[in-house]
Design a protein around this ligand. Sequence first.
Ligand SMILES: [Zn+2]
Length: 356
Amino acid sequence: MQTVLGFSSGAIPTILTGLMPERHGHWNLFYYDPRHAPFWWLKAFNWLPKSVLDNRYGRKIIKELGRRAFSLGPTFDCAVSPHLLPYFNFSERRDIYAPKGIGNTPSLFDELEREGRGYRVYTYHQWSDAEIMRRAGRDIVKTNATLFFLYLCEMDAFLHMHCKEPDAIGAKLNWYDEQLREVFHIARERDPEASLMVCSDHGMTPVTKHADLVGEVTKLGLRMPQDYLAVYDSTMARFWFFNETARQRVHEIMQSLDCGRVLTKAELQEFGLNFPDDRYGELIFLLNAGWMVAESDFNGRGGWSPEGMHGYHPSDSYSDAIFLSDEKPTQPMRSIADVYYSIRDAGREEKEKVAL
Ligand SMILES: [Zn+2]
């Protein structure tokens, strides 16, 4: 299946709603929103030298504050330089795996609630993958829920670090194979017609090169936040401008680089990323598959040097997601948005059977 351009923060809401990011509202984690920025009060500390907050400890304190005091969710991380946080909001402020978890639209979980169906959700918010399998197996026996949603996130972390090691990947997949077979076996004992679907939200592309985007832009001598704002994610840079000079100069430098390209409005529209207020970026530069934004203090990723990355153009074949099932899907599975209908409808059949 084709993934959504961007990261899991945009792709998983698409799986959970069947809609593209412009419709469900979630794309990258940080978006420009100075009026509702949870860290607006950090502006009061702007008189301090940047180094006071912008270091490992400052970021850690902000991360913990974000997660605990501002309910930005367990995935909140300080990927933006702390002195720029007053300009940004964070898209996952609620648990997206719970009802009313997605900004603009009902999700699979709202639908399940509406239909009054029993279901269970297991995510990394509470448990490890091994613990999730164990709990799901136990709950299948003990409860009368009919849909069990297991979000297993450790394969992603594993592939980031080992995606060039086929033997290690094989061993890891064997572990998931055994665990999922066991859960499925338990489900089939309870209901011989139980079915299993396994899907991912993106693939993993081997990283071959690094691009110093931060360096290129810093060379221009423009000032943040007076002239522009930038957020550097692993595979893209996003910019907002406050004057024409900044807009033009950043545009020129980005257009001159051959490690990636500036996404056109037409492309953004094609990929369901047409946000009229440009909250996710007025200019979005996407690296070519295999490239990664070089580490810098600016993007707060010191020491993170993965073998694999995702977040490239959806036409990159490494980026494809998978869908596996013991039953033939009722519709063609082309995009990860189709997964939503498969999960929702599989559950409905079950309900009808029970009702008969
Ligand atoms: Zn990942």
